[in-house]
Design a protein around this ligand. Structure first.
Ligand code: IPE
Ligand code: IPE
Ligand code: MG
Length: 274
């Protein structure tokens, strides 16, 4: 049967799942029957439109978006997702009005401050990915503090992509790799795909199995370009501040219906990771 690459929540074969009557419990029971993605990555988009549609300033949308992010982090941890990567600020987002960027940085700092105890309680290891060196000093201090205080946790890794761009990440990886080559720490025959992947900010972590983008935009926007090679893509029209536990459960159930072939004729036996 031919499968659609792009599916909206509720438009798929099991559309009956996305009804008001399908409680969180019934969705969780359905999810428990299949495999979870090891790594979920999310492009959290639509905060501005959410606010504008309510006659509110865009920053109100970002504030509401933080509430969704907290909910989704906690649900992923509860379910046992090993790695969650969330796109919070792209290398292109500096092109927004100065006041929006300033407010986003302020919200980010507040988020880190408020969520440190939650991460400690749930044993979540936090990491910022992206060129964080140019973020405001107060944000950098909080990143260092949260990364340091959660460094030993093993239950889940939360990557927050900040001033992140996929192409810049590949350039940085190649640059670090060339430095090692020139210094003789590495020789050319050792250069393989897994070797290059080790130099990325996600080195040591599995590639994302599922990438979710909210707000009805069907693009990747420079997110995890290398790592997305075999990710399943899930697009929903739901705006990020409206993306709650049910929406994530629907996305995960949709993922479980995909057949991941990795170039083969049939799904490989056992767990189908590359
Ligand atoms: C995503 O929401 C948050 C960031 C990119 C920081 P947007 O702010 O892009 O919201 P829309 O796309 O304008 O609705
Ligand atoms: C992508 O959203 C970046 C984040 C979610 C942080 P954008 O809203 O910046 O993406 P484009 O500009 O619509 O591609
Ligand atoms: Mg957007």
């Amino acid at each position: 049967m031919e499968r659609k690459v792009v599916m909206e929540a509720g438009q798929s074969a099991d559309a009956g799942l996305d009804t008001p009557a399908s409680s969180e419990e019934s969705l969780r029971a359905r999810l428990a029957r299949g495999e979870l993605p090891r790594h979920v990555a999310i492009i959290m988009d639509g905060n501005g439109r959410w606010a504008e549609s309510r006659g509110l300033p865009r920053i109100a949308g970002h504030r509401a978006g933080i509430a969704s992010a907290k909910e989704i982090v906690e649900l992923c941890r509860e379910l046992g997702v090993q790695v969650l990567t969330m796109f919070a600020f792209s290398s292109e987002n500096w092109q927004r009005p100065t006041h929006e960027v300033r407010e986003l940085m302020h919200l980010l700092e507040q988020y880190l401050k408020q969520e440190l105890p939650t991460m400690i309680r749930h044993e979540i290891r936090f990491r910022a990915i992206g060129r964080t060196g140019i973020l405001p000093a107060s944000v950098r201090r909080w990143i260092t503090r949260v990364e340091t205080e959660t460094a030993e946790y093993k239950q889940m890794t939360l990557n927050l992509a900040l001033n992140y761009g996929g192409r810049a990440e590949i350039v940085d990886a190649v640059s670090a790799l060339c430095t090692d080559l020139l210094a003789g720490r590495l020789s050319l025959p050792q250069l393989t795909e897994p070797m290059l992947a080790q130099y990325l900010s996600t080195g040591g972590l599995p590639d994302p199995d599922l990438i979710i983008r909210t707000s009805g935009e069907y693009r990747i926007s420079n997110f995890l370009l290398w790592q997305a090679a075999y990710a399943e893509l899930y697009f929903t029209k739901t705006l990020w501040p409206d993306f709650h536990r049910r929406e994530l459960l629907l996305a995960l159930i949709d993922y479980q219906r995909r057949e991941r072939r990795f170039g083969r004729v049939q799904k490989p036996a056992g767990r189908s990771w590359l």
